[in-house]
Design a protein around this ligand. Structure first.
Ligand code: PGA
Length: 230
């Protein structure tokens, strides 16, 4: 039986719609889970929900100034937010570049947040392990430039697996995690992409997968509670 402690982040994305629903959802998530569980609600609900560990879904690349609509890492840190997801493929597809992600991660670190850098955008289901590592290396070479790898978390999320119900094989996710840990010296690598209560245990058995970034299943309290206590 594998006893390692996982980091499991529930990425609620743009869900739920209202404050009342957000409070109710967080109230159903186990606060004393076996693994380290973190909730990443929409920004506006970060101070509304009651949960011990929180992540933002993004931050801006500057600390303050004339940037209408943006949120700084320093502001997030002042709200007791501990982690910040950066470079999610849903943001990359809106035009976020590897350089912007590097800048945001650097700002997050300066503010005392732990950046959770997401990679995998641009990968396809048909690529072999080597081709995938080439895409990821292009992203990580820039995303991690100048950062202390010991202070960041990397989440490998093959873009075709996100929200599709098709997850990467545990062996593939393990190979990629090992690659990231070995080449970039990042100690904590998460897998994300259609993780649910039925498939999570198959990844846990892999020695170099340290947890999950969970989207859809994090909105289902029974499923998420199962994963954070697996
Ligand atoms: P999913 O999303 O679990 O719904 O595939 C994961 C993510 O986008 O972080």
């Amino acid at each position: 039986m594998n006893q390692k402690k996982l980091l499991v982040i529930g990425n609620w994305k743009l869900n739920p719609a209202t404050k009342t629903e957000a409070i109710a959802l967080a109230d159903q998530i186990d606060k004393n889970s076996k693994h380290t569980a973190v909730l990443a609600p929409p920004l506006i609900f970060l101070t509304t929900i009651d949960y011990p560990l929180l992540a933002a879904q993004d931050c801006f690349s500057n600390i303050k100034g004339a940037y209408t609509g943006q949120t700084s890492a320093a502001a997030l840190a002042s709200l007791q937010v501990k982690y910040c997801i950066i470079g999610h493929s849903e943001r990359r597809s809106l035009g976020e570049t590897d350089e912007m992600i590097n800048q945001k991660a650097s700002m997050a670190l300066s503010a005392g947040l732990i950046p959770v850098i997401c990679i995998g955008h641009g990968t396809t289901v048909t690529e072999d392990d080597l081709a995938v590592t080439e895409v990821l290396a292009r992203q990580l070479d820039i995303n991690l430039n100048g950062l202390d790898p010991n202070r960041v978390v990397v989440a490998y999320e093959p873009v075709w697996a996100i929200g599709s119900g098709k997850s990467a094989s545990p062996e593939h996710a393990e190979m990629i995690s090992l690659f990231i840990q070995t080449k970039y010296q990042v100690p904590i690598v998460l897998y994300g992409g259609s993780v649910n209560s039925a498939n999570a245990s198959s990844y846990v058995q892999q020695p170099h997968i340290n947890g999950f970034l969970v989207g859809g299943a994090s909105l289902l309290p029974n499923d998420f509670n199962y994963i954070i206590n697996i």
